[in-house]
Write a protein that binds this ligand. Structure first.
Ligand code: NG1
Ligand code: MG
Length: 524
């Protein structure tokens, strides 16, 4: 089966030979080079940059291997780097933000990895995540150079304008910029890393600080393209395909990003929020598998507990009951049919326990002991819960994945008689996504709900949280261009939300709280 819904635009590679620097670097380099000089007394060798992202639709499904629709935005993280020639190499990190104090650590002389302590929350840990995945890439790529010898020592100056804890992926922007910088610093200017490699190595980087995230943020940050959104697939392989928004008659398709200014610190809340959801959806996949006699891929050989995800369940269920030998390859119509079937199975087998599953309920369903379940599912990263809401979480994941396909279809193949036609249909999907995040996944919060309702009453067609939720940013589909509603939506939010909730907010803070960004270029 071939994919017919996207013109297959390959992601352009880093264009290192181009005479002109990419636009974001032209704008931002002079400032950071000056700050580097003020700090270290010499010029940096190069600047690496990677942007934040906003997710248009497809929340909390990337770690189940379902595709998502994000785009890179023009807030980003920069690292200015000088490579040192030192027999006892170390890395010194300075951050333009005074809340992040200077850090310095040695690089092991025997070429072993720098240790990361996930039990402490320190900004240098995120640097070390990027360092670790880059180091592991270098060891595989050039074993003769990096197996027993240390990495090059570095002086680094970091500066970014992606708000942290806001759901715009400041962490991914930072880690991707760092990984690119470390590879560049150690391989030299003649080597050009591919975007595919950078994306592949960074998707798992945050696992080293204890967040079991999926790969959406890194894919978007690395592969972003000006004026394009991205369709990011995780299976059968990791891939980001850029596509353009439909051309409308009177309006531009614009997405307005509105920050609740409620900071959601994933590191602190993961045990009851992010990581718990990962446990819930993994458990749901296994309970479904046990119910329908399907064997999921196992992490450990010989383990009685399988650990595949909801995507694995869908693929293997189809192989078993519908005699299709190939897993879903991303084709829209096939995906819509299969996801609809999955939603039926969720109703059939999980709806009787809407109040949630206790550990004993799950152990019974999986035919294992309480202890086995606890050991295999609940100890990798700490989680805290009363019950596991398998029905609600699985229903969210399958219905949200279905909405992504419907959204992609609208974006790429639908014809609209009026502009409003498009805004209404795409907006409805975004609103359904928000309702599902709120009611089924329980990752919204009162500030998100308030902002969405104000925006919708003032000219937004679709309003939802973006990123992990529980605070952070929201995204709104607003007709743009000279006749559009952007100013009206902004004004309403300032008067009805920000000035009410944060009476002392300054003009500068307001300026940063609402972002209207065109899709931006990824890492460079
Ligand atoms: P944010 O909150 O923007 O970091 C997180 C995950 C994503 C994805 C979304 C929810 C990280 C680094 N990223 O995004 O992979 O799961 O939540 O869709 O944790
Ligand atoms: Mg993050």
């Amino acid at each position: 089966m071939t994919k017919n819904y996207l013109e297959q635009v390959p992601v352009p590679e880093f264009n290192s030979k181009a005479k002109n620097l990419p636009k974001p670097l032209i704008e931002k380099c002079p400032g950071i080079i000056q700050k580097f000089e003020n700090t270290y007394g010499a010029k940096p060798d190069f600047v690496a940059r990677s942007p934040g992202r906003v997710n248009l639709i497809g929340e909390h499904i990337d770690y189940c291997d379902f595709s998502v629709l994000p785009l890179a935005i023009d807030v980003d993280m920069l690292c200015a780097v000088k490579v040192l020639d030192d027999k006892n190499p170390s890395i010194t990190l300075t951050n333009a933000d005074p809340n992040f104090a200077q850090r310095k650590f040695d690089l092991p002389l025997d070429g072993s990895y720098v240790t990361i302590d996930p039990s402490i929350s320190d900004w240098s840990n995120y640097f070390k995540c990027g360092l670790h995945v880059a180091h592991s890439f270098l060891k595989r790529f050039a074993p003769e150079r990096f197996t027993n010898a240390p990495l090059a020592g570095l002086q680094v100056f970091c500066e970014g304008d992606v708000p942290t804890g806001s759901g715009l992926s400041s962490s991914a922007a930072f880690i991707c910029a760092v990984a690119l910088a470390v590879v560049e610093a150690n391989m030299g200017p003649n080597y050009h890393m591919s975007k595919q490699d950078l994306m592949r190595i960074t998707v798992v980087a945050e696992h080293y600080v204890g967040v079991n995230n999926g790969g959406m943020d890194q894919a978007a940050s690395v592969c972003g393209e000006e004026d394009h959104a991205l369709y990011v697939e995780f299976k059968p392989q990791l891939k980001a395909t850029p596509f353009k928004f439909p051309q409308l008659k009177n309006y531009e398709v614009s997405f307005v990003i509105v920050n609740t200014l409620v900071v959601s610190n994933k590191f602190e809340t993961a045990p009851t929020n992010y990581n718990l959801r990962v446990v819930e959806v993994t458990t749901a996949a296994n309970v479904l598998a046990a119910t329908y006699g399907v064997v999921l891929p196992s992490e450990k050989e010989g383990s009685c507990i399988n650990k595949g995800n909801l995507r694995d369940f869908m693929d293997i269920y189809y192989a078993r009951y519908h005699n299709v030998s190939t897993p879903w390859n991303g084709d829209i119509e096939t995906g819509i049919e299969r996801l609809t079937k999955m939603l039926e199975l969720v109703e059939e087998s999980l709806a009787s326990k809407k109040q949630g599953f206790s550990v004993d309920d799950v152990a019974l369903a999986l035919n294992c002991s309480r202890e086995e379940f606890t050991r295999e599912y609940l100890t990798a990263s700490p989680v805290r819960f009363q019950v596991l809401k398998l029905y609600q979480r699985a229903k969210h994941v399958y219905s949200e994945s279905l909405r992504v396909l419907k959204a992609l279809k609208l974006m790429t193949t639908a014809k609209f008689t009026t502009d409003e036609d498009f805004f209404k249909q795409f907006g409805a999907l975004m609103n359904e996504s928000q309702a599902s995040c709120d009611k089924l996944y329980e990752c919204s919060c009162p500030e998100i709900d308030k902002i969405c309702s104000i925006a919708l009453s003032n000219g937004s067609y679709g309003s939802r949280l973006t990123g992990a939720g529980w605070g952070g940013c929201t995204v709104h589909l607003v007709p743009g261009g000279p006749n559009g509603n952007i100013e009206k939506v902004k004004k309403a939010l300032i008067n009805q939300f920000y000035k009410v909730k944060y009476p002392k907010i300054t003009e500068a803070e307001l300026e940063d709280a609402i972002i209207v960004s065109k899709p931006a270029l990824g890492s460079c």
